[in-house]
Each structure stands twice: as C-alpha cells, then as structure tokens.
Write a protein that binds this ligand. Structure first.
Ligand code: NAD
Ligand code: WQD
Length: 343
C-alpha cells in the first residue's frame, strides 16, 4: 500500500517524502510543478536510494487524478499541494479559492470513491489570526484570518471537519504548521522561492549571498522584548517527522485530530539576524522599515497536545535552521539568478 503525497516536490512535501521513505513507506507523488521542479524527484532518489513514482498532474484535473487512484494501491493521502503566497492571494483571491479549495474537494471525492480513509492536511498557524494570548493552543478560536490564503486554510479545515462528521470511517489529521525554516543537510532539497522572497529566511539567505542588498525589518515597535515580530520557527526536518507521526496516529482510527507543529519557542527578527550571522559568519545588513500590513506581534505554539498525543517534539535548534538554510542557498545559487535586487 502506498502513501499519496500531493505537492510532494514542494518545500515541505519533498522533505516529508524523504522521511516517509526512510520510515519504510512506499510513496507516490502528484504535483503540477507550478511551484517546484522535476529535478527534486531525482534528488529524493539521491538522498534515499529510492525513486518515488511521480505523476505531473494538476489536482483540478479530476479524470487524470482518478487514473492515479485506479492504478495505485493508495492507503493514505498527505495533502500539501496548494498556493501559499499571502500577498498574491490578496490581489488574486479567486485563483487561491479555485486552486486550494477545488483541489481538496476533488481529492476528498476520489478518496470516498476509492475507499481511502486516511488523510493528513497541511494547515497553518495563520488560521488563528491575531491570538488573544501566546502560546497558542489548538482549541483557540480560528477563522479571523487577514488574507484569502489563510481563508482557504480555514475553509478547508471546516470542509474536512464536516466530511468527518458525515463519514465515520474517515480519519483525518489537520496539522497547523508554524514557521518552517531550514533544509535537508545534504543541500539537495530546500526552499526555492521564485522572484523576491516574501518570507524572512529566504530573504536573509539572498542578502547573505549578495543577490539582495539588505533586509528590510518590518517594524521595531511591536509589543515584544526587542520590538521586532516574534515567531515560532521550526526546522522542516522536524515538520517532516511530524507527518510520519501523524500518519501513524490516523492508522489508529481516531476520527478527526488537530495538532500544532511548532517548537513552542518564539524568536524575534533580530534573534534570527544575530543567530544567522554568528552561525554562518556572514553579515546581514538591514534597515528598519514600516510594519507590514497584517503582521502580528507574536505567534508561537503550545506544543503540549502534539507531544502528548503524537509524541512529537521538535529536535532541531535555531542554529541548525540558520546553518541548513544557508547551506542550501550556497549549494544551489546560480549566477544567472542574480537578476533582481530590491534596493
Ligand atoms: P510549496 O509551494 O513549496 O509546495 C506546494 C506544492 O504544491 C508545489 O510543488 C506546487 O507545484 C504544488 N501544487 C500547487 N497547486 C497544485 C495543484 N493544483 N495540483 C498539483 N500540485 C499543485 O509549498 P510548501 O511550503 O511546501 O507548503 C506545503 C503546504 O503547507 C501548502 O499547502 C502550504 O499552504 C502549507 N503551509 C506552508 C507554510 C510555509 O511557510 N511554507 C506554512 C504553513 C502551511
Ligand atoms: C516572519 C517575521 C515579519 C520578511 C507567513 C505566512 C503564514 C505562513 C508562514 C503559510 C515577521 C518579518 C519578514 C522581511 C521582515 N505561511 N519579516 N522582513 O508572516 O510569520 O508567516 O509564512 O501558511 O501564513 O503569513 O512569516 O517569514 O513572512 O515573517 O522583517 O523581509 O519576519 O514581519 O515578523 P509570517 P514571514
């Protein structure tokens, strides 16, 4: 029996495929390559010695997806595929609703048709919006999100919840990731954003390599110890391991379960800059800029439930995340990439 991983050539998906193969699972990947490269499949083979079966299919193409369910013996689905750029979702909300909602609906319908009853979904801490306090526990209210991307995560969570109510045989695990960083230590897979990065770490690594001139720190007047935004950064290898544990959990037929995947520690933008500079011996010039609309002061996870019920504990440190992100950037930097610089 195989695990179908949608979005398996993407950033978190590819690391999870490696972890699944290393845990002895058979993996089938579906990805339309809208935000990843076919090369990743070979790199997974380089790391694990196993070439996962790969289908280049858009999840919106139901008939093509049906063929995958017909020809593969699928026991569980881990659903990473989705669009994730917050800013783009504000200007192109329909694209986000169509892609993220429709793809999930297609998948759930095919799972019902082929009696596949184990599902893991990539949600996000973004569903909590601005929390009333930290750390954030799973039972905190969700839905007050500040952008269409976050709204797709909220809607899909509700879709899964309703489906679980209607189908008592269905077992789903919703994982709410905090802020993933880092890369596989081999430097073969990692995060490769197109254009100017939106997220902090890819921006920092591109400053470090000289592709961008300096980091713009978005606000130093937040209600945090040093005034910059605080987040719960978690190594992508820890996240990948969280999916292996989630899969094990849903095999015990729990119905619907929801977990935060974070470290439980908050670090500020200045913490990240200082740690990156110290670990990698590279200077990160920065300027203080106005706050970015929609940003909150602080966000970090209450990890009690994931620890108790999933046996999940993040192992990697912020130093590891900074080292591995930089290693991936150095290993994969192409001179031809150095075209845009946001000075
Ligand atoms: P990613 O963009 O690297 O990976 C997503 C993959 O899905 C890409 O390879 C893309 O080509 C594919 N895809 C998108 N739409 C598709 C479609 N219609 N059919 C087939 N394939 C499609 O993103 P990631 O960082 O690996 O994120 C994985 C999941 O985790 C996403 O659902 C994202 O929303 C969620 N998430 C990410 C973060 C983060 O900060 N990276 C945080 C919380 C949640
Ligand atoms: C982190 C901190 C910024 C860039 C986003 C999504 C969220 C989730 C994870 C998918 C903040 C500051 C950033 C920069 C900066 N994705 N920053 N200069 O905003 O916590 O979460 O990614 O689900 O939905 O919103 O992550 O990395 O963008 O920002 O000062 O150039 O770094 O203000 O305090 P965020 P981030």
């Amino acid at each position: 029996m195989a695990i179908l991983v949608t979005g398996g050539t993407g950033y978190i998906g590819s690391h999870t495929v490696v972890a699944l193969i290393e845990a002895g699972q058979e993996v089938v990947i579906v990805d339309n390559l809208s935000n990843s490269k076919i090369e990743v499949v070979k790199r997974i083979e380089q790391i694990t010695g196993v070439l996962p079966r790969f289908y280049q299919i858009d999840l919106l193409e139901k008939e093509q997806m049906r063929k995958v369910f017909q020809s593969e013996s699928i026991d569980a689905v881990i659903h990473f595929a989705g669009l994730k750029a917050v800013g783009e979702s504000v200007t192109m909300p329909l694209k986000y609703f169509r892609n993220n909602l429709d793809s999930t609906l297609t998948l759930l319908e095919l799972m019902e048709e082929y009696h596949v009853n184990h599902f893991v979904f990539s949600s996000s801490a973004t569903v909590y919006g601005k929390p009333k306090r930290v750390p954030i526990a799973e039972e905190f209210p969700i839905g007050e999100v500040s952008n269409p991307y976050g709204r797709t995560k909220y809607f899909i969570e509700k879709m899964i919840q309703d489906y679980c109510l209607g189908n008592p045989h269905f077992n789903a695990c919703i994982l709410r990731y905090f802020n993933p960083l880092g890369a596989h230590q081999s430097g073969l897979i990692g995060e490769e954003p197109d254009g100017i990065p939106n997220n902090l770490m890819p921006y920092i690594t591109q400053v470090a390599i000289g592709k961008l001139s300096h980091l713009k720190v978005f606000g130093n007047d937040y209600q945090t110890p040093d005034g910059t935004g605080v987040r719960d950064y978690i190594h992508v290898l820890d996240l990948a391991n969280g999916h292996v544990l989630a899969l094990k959990k849903i095999q015990s037929n729990p119905g619907l379960v929801i977990y935060n995947l974070g470290t439980g520690k908050g670090y500020s933008v200045f913490d990240i800059i200082k740690t990156f500079e110290a670990v990698n011996k590279v200077k990160i010039p920065y300027t203080i800029n106005p706050r970015r609309p929609g940003d909150i002061d602080e966000c970090y996870a209450d990890t009690t439930k994931a620890k108790k019920e999933l046996d999940f504990v993040a192992m990697y440190t912020l130093e590891d995340m900074c080292r591995d992100s930089w290693n991936f950037q150095k290993t994969n930097f192409k001179i031809t990439d150095s075209s845009h610089d946001a000075k």
